[in-house]
Design a binder for this molecule. Sequence first.
Ligand code: ADP
Ligand code: MG
Length: 696
Amino acid sequence: MENPAETYGKLVFNDATMRECLPSEAYNTLKATIREGKDIDLRIANIVANCMKDWAVKNGATHFSHWFQPLTGATAEKHESFLTPQKDGTAIMEFSGKELIKGEPDASSFPSGGLRATFEARGYTAWDPTSYAFIKEGTLCIPTAFYSYSGEALDKKTPLLKSMEALSEQAVRILRLFGNHTVKRVVPTVGLEQEYFLIDKKLFEKRLDLKLCGRTLFGAPSPKGQELDDHYFGTIKPRVSEFMRTLDSELWKLGVSARTRHNEVAPAQHELAPLFTTVNLGVDQNQLMMEEMKKIADSLGLACLLHEKPFGGVNGSGKHNNWSIQTDTGINLLDPGVSPSENAQFILFLTAVIRAVDKYQRLLRLSAASASNDCRLGGDEAPPATVTIFLGDELISILDSISRGVKAKGKGAQKMVINVHVLPNIPKDSTDRNRTSPMAFTGNKFEFRMLGSSFNAAGPNIVLNTAVAEVLEDFANTLEQAPDFDKALNDLVRKTYLKHRKILFNGNNYGAEWQKEAARRGLHNLATTVDAVDSLIDPKNIRLLEHFGVLGKTELIARREVILDSYCKTVMIEASTMFDMVAKSVIPFSNRYLKQLCDTVSALRAGLKGAACESQLKLIRGFSEHLESLDRTMETLCEANRNAAAMDSSKEKAVYCRDVLLGAMAQARRDCDWLESHCSRECWGLPTYEDLLFSV
Ligand code: ADP
Ligand code: MG
């Protein structure tokens, strides 16, 4: 086997490659562009493009593509060949600076939420030099932002980059107040833990629901599920192990530092976590990771499921967004540090996050909302829909003592900031125990756990970055003018903590008592996507995002439309798929068994005069009752799907999809599951939960 350290990043036009290939002037200009977010001039772009192309061709590429993330949440690419025919019948490989910097894919069919009509559907892509270009399947992929003719963002990356800028600017202001004059930029960092299921491809192919919807729409529970907790961290089976090895190796070549891999709680469920990196790169790499997972699974006769709830009755999959803020000098601002000054600075940043999350809890909730994640959140396996922060007892007691003005004893030699001198080194153990919290402080970062496994992680990071930027801006405005910095800092921390401590909760977020307590505290409980979606057009939230130029009002209105539209379509496709499967599988299978039962009764009666056939008759009655009930539900479902399709208002339609369509599907599922669990294995032609969960 090749040494992975030698092939790591082999397919990435990373810093080392750039330094090697580029003339030093071009290299330095490009680095400055990356560092300071400046525009690059065409002369340098031409040099960079040419080097990139030479490197890519040497590594087997024939095409290039602007790689972007439209509002579908997936990635998009359109390949163009480097090949340029010459007059004499030969050809050369060419790639210009212009082609590197800007592209114009015909983009009429991407969701835009009404921002563009099809006839004026010009869309542009613009190179993002802060995320490295890479080679995928013989194509040089250039990470790009995607926007409309009139400049509106049509993707997830544009607002993410803007939110990072906003956070950097405000965080640097705060650092200056603490006497730091060296830091030029601050970047949010992210480590995205990715959960997924692996099942056998042949079985996957037999289930229309898995193929079209990514999840099973019905399925009687397997006699054994996750009760024994024997899968979590269990020995990895050979086929899965082969998958993981291949995946790691491919990801490493793409410069994705896949680090941790293990079996998860549900049978057939696994997790991969990379090392953290900047938010922009982390999100891009996570998209790449999901794509590789699907592709490699397929090549090994497996199917990788990224849906948030592929199976009822066992855990679904999430994506944990570990988030922190780091200076360009490598200091983690959410690390408590060791000196009093570092501690005070840490407390200030910590307080900023608390306030940001409390103030923008609805927006954060929405950032983790989708029809598929609605199936998982709040189900005693994932955080509820109410956003809270877990800090641990130690930090809470420190904040408490600050708020009560209890002076910590100690020497005054060092600059006395905040009433605590040196915070105890906060042990990770005391902070990362609470697995039920939507947002847990885990020693030197926050772990936001509401995201669904299939998500593009840009959304939650846009909200976190921008909301924290706003609080830091406010803090900086106050502190910069304060005649007595220490006193002002103390006051600020105290006031902020007292006002926003309602968002802090160390207890069990899954408990029923918590729901009541959360309501008493006035926290939002937005159970579904439909409940959460209007937070995008809440004036407070529009103000926040507009203030930092992250997203404007029209863009937010459009994004709300996109979310509602995707929600409705998802539910309606599920309803149609269920209808199809009931008609073509569930009913015929049940009838086949019913016929066998009836034949058995006739045979028994012929052979044994006066045979009561009670057990058979009971089953026959059961089958016919459930089939009748299913038939009625299918009529409702069909009609409801037609009604939904005819509705104009997207919000009204979404409410209808949630209440009527999903309601009818739940009813149909009860009948299907009864029929499946009473039917003979021979007659039931679909892979069952035990087949799907225990076959790899
Ligand atoms: P756990 O399963 O306990 O949550 P893991 O080790 O699986 O822990 O995942 C932790 C994730 O957090 C990793 O991706 C790691 O790189 C990331 N992480 C660590 N430090 C930071 C940081 N400062 N900023 C962002 N992410 C971080
Ligand atoms: Mg985790």
